[in-house]
Design a protein around this ligand. Structure first.
Ligand code: ANZ
Ligand code: ZN
Length: 824
């Protein structure tokens, strides 16, 4: 084939891979495993450029690792439950299952068309009964251990859709779907006790350091939000009981001049005097309507109401009026805050509004604050004042001392609080995994007996968009008998949050067809943890935290022995066009189908890998696509040009190479080295590809390409180009590899190694001295820049030891010979 025609080549090799089961993964104990995973897609209809990019990145790593000799597991599946399927069913008067499986079939075809090296035997969809039935089993195990439980919790409720909305589905206080005003409602909801794992989830983020982006770890730590402080008791003025607060600032206790309770605080009603009752009740009503995100946000207008009662500051013995305040949340700490207006901004704003007293207890070093002139709270560190025997010491020291004092006096105790809340998993929707319990008037919540599992979604539900959860409107599903007492009972109609399914799919991939339970322990032990996980930064907290939690739960339930599911995480950037994320609403979407139709899958892959490093946003450019296509054509022509001459060429005799041939060979080996290093662990695919392009240029410019004395080296060069490009443009390279006379896949040829001598040859040694004494050596290119050598010398590990605690006075470079660092 003289002309490059992508379609023919791509069809041919996709069939070849399918016929040869090229990407089937089996548990080979002789080989080192490598589990590579991209976040599985939601089957929304068709793939978009973000998918193309995500999966191309993954595929390079999979193919590269396979060529390096690893036993690679690279599975694919579908995150298939969720709202859009139900909405589509309402719109099209069809069934979510049909919509979902149709989309899966179409998108699977698209992924295959991209030539991604998945082990399709392991494919799963989370809406498959064979998947969700195991999740029901896990749910019941969790229920038995108290890790799944039911509790009344506040939810966002859309009165029109009659459904609970996730926080993300509330837009400016309105339902994202129908625009009705969202209400706050108390509902019985199923939750997972993720808080029981708060400390371990936090601690283990430190084990992931290095493998995960630091910013993702920081986000998880903040989300878990461990706070160390004290619980302190404030007796009521009437002596009848006490109000307990949680504070991280016990050092400010002497400055607490009033008390703020959540509107829902259980003591609120009894603290309210007759005179204040009407005002308090109106306030409570108002607060209940405010959504919870708003109540926690900084820019909330602080508001409150006096209850009419007082408590006593346990150290100053002063009276503190008790208020209800809109920014105090019931589900954090104790739902009560000792207000210190001088040192907490929210309290300051509140006190200013209601004319409450200010008392400074911390002064900035060398300064004296005057409450009368303060315009904002002083939240920094400083020296204690107005705090009895604690005056004069730093407030950080006072934190410890006051905590000890409170414990000794029995006024309070040291406590740790987490911001993390339990995970509410109830969804009032059809297209999800049914929670496998039965509600009985006599027995309460009863588990569905094992013999009756799975609870299967009934196919005869109606999707009208009316009356809330379609599942609750199927009598044959809802009405059942209680397994315990035999009386009529109602089946639970809440389904599980789709984040539950994505919390363990990576484990199920290890033994996707196993029928002895959710997981085959042995296989999980072979493959887990995932060596490299790839996905969008938008999952930095929820999905990745839930998956970590679920893995630990499955470990504790005895299903596996994995502590952390993902050793390494790569978060890829977005695909943008004309400066904005590609989206339907922006009208800047590029359809992968059209792209593949016109240029082929290899060009689509090459462009998305070449245009930007994975973590960065990829700026779409039509010229860039065209350039990638032209490059492939250039390589194609080059190979065919030299083919007759090199096809049967023997390996070059290194002894007799001409200088030019030697240079070419050096370029080949330098490129192999660079590409290997750029891909391995660093994922700098763009610079790797650029290096191959440079080598292709060198090769094209090489005069005696077909001269008998050079064909050995030229053959090596051409073969190297093909092998180095194989992970990026797999069909293209398979075809050229076959043209070069090989049978079988280019992957079997393995990843090329480089000849260390051929590379080092060209480098020179520069010695590094510190104050004239030889301390280390550097290998550099002969034409290296002075600044580069100096920087490298200063950064050298061995040299760093000698620089410690010293200051560098001067760095002298004698070109090609030495660097002398003068320190004092
Ligand atoms: C007195 C104080 C003085 C506070 C001061 C801060 C500064 P983190 O770090 O998030 O744990 N707080 C406690 N429970 C609350 C609730 N349910 N709703 C709203 N705020 C609450 O924050 C702990 C601080 O948040 C606590 O320390 C408390 O205010 C407030 F100069 O107590 B502090
Ligand atoms: Zn019963």
């Amino acid at each position: 084939e003289e002309k490059y025609s992508p379609k023919g080549v791509e069809d041919k090799w996709q069939s070849f891979w399918a016929e040869h089961d090229s990407f089937r993964a089996t548990e080979d104990p002789e080989k080192t495993k490598y589990y590579l995973l991209e976040m599985f897609p939601y089957p929304s209809g068709k793939i978009h450029m973000g998918h193309v990019r995500n999966y191309s990145i993954g595929d390079v790593i999979a193919r590269f690792k396979r060529m390096q000799g690893f036993n690679v597991l690279h599975p694919m599946g579908w995150d298939a439950f969720g709202m859009p399927a139900e909405n589509a069913a309402i719109q099209n008067k069809s069934h979510p299952a049909h919509w979902t499986y149709d989309n899966i079939a179409y998108m699977r075809g698209q992924l295959k068309r991209l030539g991604l090296s998945y082990d399709w035997e392991r494919e799963l969809a989370t809406c498959d009964i064979d998947y969700y039935k195991w999740e029901q089993q896990i749910f019941l195990e969790m229920y038995k251990k108290g890790l799944a439980y039911k509790k009344v919790s506040p939810v966002n409720w859309c009165p029109k859709c009659e459904t609970v909305l996730a926080n993300e589905q509330v837009e400016d206080g309105a339902c994202w779907r129908c625009d009705s005003i969202v209400q706050q409602k108390e509902l019985e909801q199923w939750s997972f006790r993720i808080t029981a794992y708060a400390q371990e989830l936090l601690d283990d983020t430190y084990k992931l350091a290095g493998g995960w982006p630091e910013r993702v770890l920081t986000m998880q730590r903040n989300w878990i939000g461990r706070s160390v402080g004290c619980e302190i008791e404030f007796p009521l003025e009437n002596g009848r009981s006490k109000v307990k607060v949680f504070t991280t600032r016990q050092d400010t206790l002497f400055g607490a001049t009033f008390m703020s309770l959540a509107a829902e605080h259980p003591m609120a009603a009894e603290l309210t005097t007759e005179a204040q009752r009407a005002e308090v009740e109106a306030f409570v009503e108002k607060v209940k309507k405010t959504d919870r995100i708003k109540r926690g946000s900084d820019d909330l207008e602080k508001e409150g109401v006096f209850t009419g009662s007082y408590c006593i500051n346990p150290v100053t013995k002063e009276r503190m009026p008790i208020y209800l305040a809109n920014f105090v949340l019931m589900d954090y700490g104790t739902g009560a805050v000792m207000a210190v207006p001088t040192h907490d901004q929210r309290d300051f704003e509140f006190a200013s509004k209601y004319g409450l007293p200010l008392k400074v207890v911390i002064n900035p070093e060398g300064e004296t604050l005057d409450p009368a002139t303060m315009t904002e709270a002083f939240t920094g560190e400083g020296i204690m004042v107005n705090s009895g025997s604690f005056d004069g010491i730093s407030n950080t020291e006072a934190k410890e001392k006051i905590a000890d004092y409170l414990e000794a006096e029995g006024i309070g105790k040291k406590t740790v609080n987490f911001r993390l809340r339990d995970w509410g998993i109830s969804r009032q929707r059809y297209w999800g995994n049914p929670i496998p319990v039965i509600n009985c008037d006599l027995c309460g919540v009863v588990q569905v007996p094992e013999k009756d599992l799975p609870v299967v979604l009934p196919m005869d539900a109606a999707f009208t968009g009316e009356g809330g959860n379609p599942l609750a409107q199927v009598p044959s599903f809802v009405n059942c008998t209680c397994p315990q007492c035999g009386e009529a009972a109602r089946r639970e109609t809440d389904t599980m949050d789709t984040f539950v399914q994505s919390s363990w799919y990576f484990l199920r991939y290890c033994s996707p067809k196993f029928q002895g339970g959710p997981l085959n322990r042995e296989k999980v032990e072979y493959w887990m943890p995932v060596d490299q996980y790839i996905g969008g930064i938008e999952h930095a907290v929820l999905h990745l935290l839930y998956a970590r939690f679920f893995t630990k739960v499955l470990r504790d339930l005895g299903y596996c022995n994995v502590d952390e599911p993902f050793s390494n995480l790569l978060t890829q950037g977005m695909v943008i066009k004309d400066g904005a994320k590609m989206s339907k609403s922006k009208g800047n979407v590029v359809d992968p189908n059209a792209l593949i139709e016109r240029y082929g899958a290899d060009t689509a892959r090459l462009f998305s890998l070449f245009a930007a490093p994975p973590e960065k946003d990829l700026d779409w450019s039509d010229q860039g696509v065209d350039g990638s296509y032209r490059f492939l054509n250039r390589v194609w022509r080059l190979v065919f040009d030299v083919l007759p001459a090199v096809k049967n060429a023997a390996p070059a005799d290194l002894e007799t190479l001409s200088a030019e041939a030697k240079n070419l060979r050096r370029a080949v080996h330098k490129t192999i080295k660079k590409v290997t290093e750029d891909i391995d662990g660093r994922f700098h695919f763009n610079t790797a590809i650029a290096a191959v392009m440079e080598l292709v240029n060198t090769l094209q410019g090489f005069e005696g390409k077909t001269a008998p004395e050079n064909v050995g080296v030229v053959r090596e060069a051409v073969e190297s180009v093909v092998r180095l490009l194989a992970p990026f443009v797999p069909h293209f390279t398979e075809e050229l590899w076959a043209e070069l006379g090989y049978t079988g896949s280019v992957e079997q040829a393995g990843w090329p190694g480089y000849d260390a001598e051929a590379v080092v040859d060209e480098e020179i040694t520069v010695v590094i001295q510190v104050n004239g004494k030889l301390r280390s050596k550097l290998l550099v290119a002969p034409d290296v820049q002075e600044e580069t050598v100096k920087q490298a010398a200063l950064a050298d590990d061995k040299i760093q030891v000698f620089l410690e605690g010293k200051s560098v006075k001067k760095v002298i470079y004698v070109p090609g010979k030495l660097v002398n660092i003068v320190v004092a």
